[in-house]
Design a protein around this ligand. Structure first.
Ligand code: UDP
Length: 453
């Protein structure tokens, strides 16, 4: 009798409810599906309900856990509270889901900020793998922090001259370390969650962590964590421009803005692209300084200013007419498409990991304006390790002045060395995902293990 065809391995992919986590999750799902795996994408109900499921993707289904909220995560809320509620409600609903459907899953992949998923997976004897959405360096920093560096960091963090040297990383000062290490930071939120991530990994023997990076980009940081777990680069997890949307855009790109047509009218590498991701916003006075800095460069720019949910913040910028003459302001755009447009010469970014990595992969040099969590660390890597950008400096009042913005933009737009480095990393990222490249092989190896389970 002929062998029965094997059913495809089933992966439950559980991800945090924000745009910066949904985007790489969908790309990871896509890679698994292309390798014959069936994926069930699970996130908070508020997030999954916003998905556009009009064109179903073959091999992808959806499920949700409860986070106790009706609306998707917003930075303006109490993030500590949100994370603990997610854990409480999510644990309960994941247990119920797995009690009902758990036997069909070969494996669970859980993403950054959701370590409790691994604990529930263990209760159901389903193997769980962490998919990490920040650079490998950040997990390395967090692990070292909880393995003894916490004392020295906490004691010295207020000293502006203090730097800490951890294995596999450049010397890190206060503003290069994750913002949640600073005790006075009201947004110290992910510290407990990071601790839980480290504890969960410590309970496993030789765990493997899938990271949205590529091996060559972070060789030293990956090596330095070897004694605890093996980190394997499977990135960049970025959409291929030829692919249609997988339905996870929480903000809509409006047709009337026509930014791509506008970019087509601009000379090569002439435009400054400005965006702060899906969560961060700048206070009005800082927006005015940014506007002034942009105007002073005299260069065209495309600036994403998300529509505010806060009524006080809806005051228009004071030099709006001048701004609209020189540049274009949109509430959202298709960033990956914008970054790959030949007219873009520089990205002024909050340096969230997706934005940073997308810029690196597109060969676009950066001016970084970090706000919180991992963004200071990402900026450090951009400026001092990959050397593809510069970081804006704040004045004594914590503001970045217009002159500083202009200075850094000019430096990056005219910097030949920075452009050469940007091109180098772009080429290496491309090699990593091509057939036979490190990220390609690391995903294949993960899928092969699933198939042999
Ligand atoms: N993004 C986009 N259009 C925009 C601004 C952002 O598509 O106008 C996407 C961007 O490509 C990235 C994500 O939103 O994939 C933001 O993630 P990131 O990690 O950079 O920042 P976060 O939103 O988590 O702070």
């Amino acid at each position: 009798m002929a062998d029965q065809p094997q059913p495809p391995p089933q992966v439950l992919l559980v991800t945090f409810a924000s745009q910066g986590h949904i985007n790489p999750s969908l790309q990871f799902a896509n890679k698994l599906i292309n390798n014959g795996v069936h994926v069930t994408l699970m996130s908070a109900s508020s997030m999954i309900h916003q998905f556009n499921k009009a064109s179903p993707v073959h091999g992808l289904s959806y499920a949700y856990y409860s986070d106790g909220y009706d609306h998707a995560f917003q930075l303006s809320g109490d993030t500590n509270h949100y994370l603990s509620e997610t854990k409480r409600h999510g644990t309960q609903s994941l247990r119920e889901f797995l009690a009902d459907q758990g036997t069909r899953f070969t494996s669970i992949v859980y993403c950054t900020l959701l370590p409790w998923v691994a604990t529930v997976a263990r209760e159901f004897h389903i193997p769980a793998t962490l998919l990490w959405f920040q650079p490998a360096s950040l997990l390395n920093i967090c692990h070292h922090y909880f393995k003894g560096y916490d004392e020295i960091i906490t004691k010295n963090i207020d000293d502006p001259m203090f730097t800490v040297q951890m294995p596999g990383l450049p010397p890190l000062s206060r503003h290069d370390l994750p913002s949640f290490f600073i005790p006075s930071n009201p947004q110290a939120m992910p510290l407990l969650t990071m601790k839980e991530h480290v504890e969960v990994l410590d309970q496993e023997t030789n765990p493997r962590v899938l990271v949205n990076t590529f091996d060559l980009l972070e060789t030293e940081a990956i090596k330095a964590a070897d004694k605890w777990y093996s980190m394997v680069g499977i990135g960049p997890l970025m959409p291929n421009l030829a692919e249609t949307s997988m339905g996870g855009d929480l903000f809509k790109v409006t047709k009337e803005h026509r930014e791509m047509e506008w970019l087509n009218t601009k000379p090569e590498t002439s435009v400054i692209y400005v965006a702060f991701g899906s969560l961060s916003t700048l206070a009005k006075p800082q927006m005015e300084l940014l506007a002034k800095g942009l105007l002073e460069t005299g260069r065209p720019f495309l600036w994403v200013i998300r529509e505010s949910t806060d009524e006080q913040e809806t005051d228009p910028l004071s030099r709006l007419n001048e701004l609209k003459k020189l540049g274009m302001i949109v509430p959202w755009c298709s960033q990956v498409q914008v970054l790959s447009h030949p007219s873009i010469g520089c990205f002024l970014t909050h340096s969230g990991w997706n934005s940073t990595f997308e810029s690196l992969v597109s060969g676009v040099p950066m001016v970084t304006f970090p706000q919180w969590v991992d963004q200071g660390t990402n900026s450090k890597l951009v400026q001092d390790v990959w050397k593809t950008g510069v970081r804006l400096r704040q004045n004594e009042d914590g503001m970045v002045e217009a002159g500083e913005i202009k200075r850094c933009l000019e430096m990056v737009m005219g910097g030949e060395e920075i452009k050469k480095n940007a091109k180098k990393w772009k080429d290496l990222a491309k090699e990593a995902v091509e057939e036979g490249g490190t990220s390609y092989n690391n995903i294949k190896a993960f899928v092969e293990e699933l198939t042999n389970k």
